[in-house]
Structure formats: C-alpha cells, structure tokens
Design a protein around this ligand. Structure first.
Ligand SMILES: Nc1nc(=O)c2c([nH]1)NC[C@@H]1CN(c3ccc(C(=O)N[C@@H](CCC(=O)O)C(=O)O)cc3)C=[N+]21
Length: 276
C-alpha cells in the first residue's frame, strides 16, 4: 500500500492559524511578541533559514530582530550580545542559529540564553525540563515531530521508536519526548554497531543524522512510520525517500514535512513566552 504522506505544511498552517487569535489578544495588552535571531558568519543555508524564520514572524505580526555577527566574533562577544537580549524586556525569544563557527564555544553560548527566552530549547536546563516532562519550550524540531504524529493520530505508546542521531537539539530531545509519550526508545549514532538490525524492529523511525538519503527502505520494517528531520544541502533529507516509500506506512517528505512545523513551533513558543 502507498504510504500516507505526512504533510507538514498543513500542520504548520493549523498551528499558525491558532496563533493569530493569541497574538490579537496580546496586541490588546499592547504586547507584540518578539523573536531575536543571531546568526554568526556567512553560512549560506543558515542565512536562508534565518530569513525564513524572520519572514514567518512578519506574516503573523511577530516582531523579529535579526542580528548578524561577523564570522570572527568570539565566544565572549557573542555572549555579551546574548546578555543584551536577555535583559531587553521587548525580546521574548532568542535563537542562536546552529552551527556557529568552530572557534566559538557553541555550548557555552547556548547556555547564556536565559531559560525564560529559550524558545528554541537549546539550554541544558531546557533539555532537562524536556527530559523530565515539564517546561515550556522543548527544542522546536523534536516538538514538531511529536506534533506531526499527533496530528495524524499515529500512536506512540508502546511503539519502538528508533532515533538515528544524538545531537543536543535534535536526537537527544526527540528521544526524551518520545520516551515521555511511552515509546520504547533506541537512540542510534555513528558508533552504533548494528544499526540496520535495530532499524528492522522500529515502528517509528526518526532521521536526525545529517547525512543525505542515509536511511534506506531495505533497512526498515514493513509499515514503519518515518519522520525525516534531516536538512542537508539542497533540501535533501536523511531518508532515502524513494526506497522508503515502498515499505513505510507513513512518511514526511523533504521539503514540506518536519521543516515547516519546526518554524511554526518556534513562533508558538515565542507567543507563549510573550504571554508569560
Ligand atoms: N538554533 C537552531 N535551531 C534550529 O531550529 C535550527 C538551527 N539552529 N539550525 C539549522 C536547523 C535547520 N532548521 C530548519 C528549519 C526549517 C526548515 C524548513 O522549513 N525547510 C523547508 C524547505 C526550505 C526551503 O523552502 O528552502 C521544508 O522542509 O519544507 C529547514 C530547516 C532549523 N534549525
């Protein structure tokens, strides 16, 4: 049977539609939600993503401040900028675009974001809250994956979810969210010895490795639900869509899958932060 295409643009649209009312209510209180994004350096795809986030804000009436710092910026200077935004009461959310140039201590910079403004869920406190099942802002892509599963009524409880990738803002937090929804979770990574065998037992597969078309249909169990959170150059996911279409029961396309829901989630978190 042909798999269900999990259309992220529909899910994103619904999220954004719901935000309109909340933004209007805030506006009566003379509050405009505001997201500040920081981009360090000139990575072309990062520039595109940051621009997309800014455009999405604008469309909904959320203020966006785009801060572009030169590639030579050091950790200390970056943290100083973050501190400024932390103490600016008009800013409700701060997003530091990953990756930053190698000479910067990205973890230290992420940790400088105050927990109230960590709408992107990148701080260790945010991650800890996500893992313990509370807190307002789980990382946006992991949240988006859960939203897609819920929207399409795909059950998580008791299922074996295999996450391929263990990055701090994707693989690890999505593992935590799925665990909290009562999935049995296996987190695989570059040192995993029997990846294909493990994937063969997965009911839910999350591609979060950052390798174009890495996950092959032959590795999957018949009827698996496949979520592709990969964003490789040229809008190519981590899942080899062509071979996976033959075995999956449902799959997110790239583009038009997890990406748009990630952005909608970021906006939702920014609105929620402004409400608080
Ligand atoms: N601190 C931080 N937080 C992030 O959430 C974060 C980040 N850094 N660094 C980069 C990745 C990547 N990312 C994407 C979001 C949306 C699309 C997206 O919407 N893509 C469209 C296609 C893009 C296009 O149309 O050009 C789609 O999938 O349909 C893609 C990628 C967020 N990231």
């Amino acid at each position: 049977m042909k798999p269900v295409m999990l259309d992220g643009t529909i899910v994103a649209k619904e999220i954004k539609e719901n935000l309109k009312d909340r933004i209007a209510v805030l506006s009566e209180r003379n509050i405009t939600p505001c997201l500040a994004t920081i981009l360090v350096g000139d990575n072309p795809s990062s520039k595109t993503y940051v621009k997309m986030k800014g455009n999405a804000c604008e469309k909904l009436g959320i203020n966006s401040i785009s801060i572009h710092l030169p590639a030579e910026t050091n950790t200390e200077q970056l943290i100083r900028k973050i501190d400024e935004l932390n103490s600016d009461p008009s800013v409700h959310g701060i997003l530091l675009q990953h990756p930053v140039p190698d000479h910067i201590d990205e973890r230290q910079a992420f940790e400088a974001i105050s927990i109230e403004k960590d709408v992107d869920g990148v701080t260790s406190r945010g991650y800890g809250q996500t893992a313990f099942g509370f807190g307002n802002f789980p990382s946006c892509t992991p949240s988006a994956i859960l939203k897609i599963l819920n929207y399409y009524n795909l059950s998580i409880k008791g299922k074996h979810a295999v996450i391929v990738g263990r990055s701090p803002i994707l693989g690890k937090p999505v593992s935590a969210l799925l665990l909290n929804e009562d999935a049995t979770v296996t987190t695989c990574h570059s040192q995993t010895e029997n990846l294909q065998e493990i994937l063969k037992t997965a009911d839910i597969v999350v591609g979060a490795v950052g390798k174009p078309r890495f996950i092959k249909g032959e590795w999957l169990k018949e009827g698996a639900v496949v979520l592709d959170a990969g964003y490789n150059k040229g809008n190519i996911g981590d899942v080899d869509e062509e071979s996976c279409l033959a075995v999956a029961s449902a799959i997110t396309p790239v583009p038009g899958g997890v990406g748009p829901v990630t952005i909608a989630t970021l906006l939702e978190h920014t609105v929620l932060s402004a409400e608080k």
